[in-house]
Design a protein. Sequence first.
Length: 659
Amino acid sequence: MIRTLALVGHAGSGKTTLTEALLYHTGAKERMGRVEEGTTTTDYTPEAKLHRTTVRTGVAPLRYKEHRIFLLDAPGYGDFVGEIRGALEAADAALVAVSAESGVQVGTERAWTVAERLGLPRMVVVTKLDKGGDYYALLEDLRATLGPILPIDLPLYEGGRWVGLIDVFHGKAYRLEGNKEVEVPLPEAERERAERFRQEVLEAIVETDEGLLEKYLEGEEVTGEALEKAFHEAVRRGLLYPVALASGETGIGVLPLLDLILEALPSPEERFGEGPPLAKVFKVQVDPFMGQVAYVRLYRGRLKPGDTLQSEAGTVRLPHLYVPMGKDLLEVEEAEAGYILGLPKAETLHRGMILWQGEKPESEAVPFARLPEPNVPVALYPKGRTDEAKLGEALRKLLEEDPSLKLERQEETGEFLLWGHGELHLTTAKERLADYGVEVAFSVPKVPYRETIRKVAEGQGKYKKQTGGHGQYGDVWLRLEPAPEYSFEWRITGGVIPSKYQEAIEEGILEAAKKGVLAGYPVMGFKAIVYNGSYHEVDSSDLAFQIAASLAFKKVMAEASPVLLEPIYQIKVLAPQERVGDILSDLQARRGRILGMEQEGALSAVRAEVPLAEVLEYYKTLPSLTGGAGAYTLEFSHYAEVPPHLAQKIVQERRAQEG
């Protein structure tokens, strides 16, 4: 039996420590690693060790009771959304870690939502109860925000200290002694509550199965294999979400958690059926020794060394099969559905590629989670000439590893912008470029302002130049009108300008519009009408009319009440309800226009329109406004006029920069 699951949740919820405990208690490791010491299996990258947090999904295979479990320890910070979604695409179920201390947080709900969209069965593991927290209050929050949760474990206390579990399903209590959960008498004080929860669990399960419900309503006892089968089916179909308790630090609940995973969560065959091999690349990583390593989930079928798979890039040969274990690749003799494989030297494979044998599958045959647009831009500059020469290849590797980043050249400012999902995301991207031998600097991007006109104006542009031979002559009368978008109209009558010059004249207008008259920003929102002019049979040419049209545009625009425009973005901020007041005040101080508020699970969502200039570094402010519990997205909306007092300052600064 194989289980493949993604361990997800908010940063700091104890996922990596729990992964270490699962490896240690199943004998996959002789000693538990520690996040603080940089010795864990899945946080093996230099960036993870430096920041003491997961930045890339790590694979942890383990064996338990002759079964194989592949655990994908995903990052908790929403910055690393590409890694989180890749892990969920590769999994058959989501194990969502929730800290008893912190409760449901932004990362909890985001991971839950993605898993839901992918149709993944889900279960919750409550961690860090040994550090404090009210388990029963947390259950109510989970029920309110996540849906039909089913608490399988209750905490067992002695002298106010958490020492073990009460198994709700079977009405038994266990205490951790050494590396074993030893059954102990159920305390009298807990009997009534345990029975109440057992009854709730029983009723929740039978309500998902018509046959069992009928027996239950007729007074028959529902236990044993039929109940367990109904439980598994309800979880597989997403009708119920089990909640377990486990501590990575003390080991309490770790082995019962594995039992629950095997009992409740689906196998690969249940999700994808039988058939020829079908796989997908869910992540790639560039290694200095192994080249580009493709991380592949085998959804269906079996593979042996020497087999081949097909892909959009051609035939993929598999002389050896490797299973990732953190940074290492362990060779195996066979792979079956559910396996996570690492393919070294896989330069032709990219994230999202489907691999198959037999008939080419439809793209819908494997899970796919669309990546959101990144919302934090920085201007990127190589530090030296050597860095400049190697930057292109380094960026190619970076974007290959992390497609949730976006690189673009902004035409208005000439800057190269690297867009990420947060400060830590961009910081680790810079560190990754350094790993490739390229040092870069980041700065706040320049705002891509635009210019437009507010009234109708018209005038003449004339270009006349005499030389020894043929001269140059072009004469254009131009009218500019405000309009929603650019358009061009040719109103020449009587042949005062031959139509063969029309294209050159429009080119001249568009070329001039690349730099407006206020501060040299591109001009938008106007209609250009050419209504008069003159030409010379010998001296007129395309070039002469192009120059004349450019001169006319600059002259007329200056008389058409030119104004400066700035990009306006829609921002959506997620934060706890008690922080909403601070969010609103801050957005209004940033010239934001509040559009509305709504509840999304346990969090409040504030929507507003705000100038890009005011939120370029919002990612630095939000953590302090929300106590680290907030998140936001940005989406371009429109351009709007800059207030006059700010516009004057921007124009002056721009002119000073250009000398």
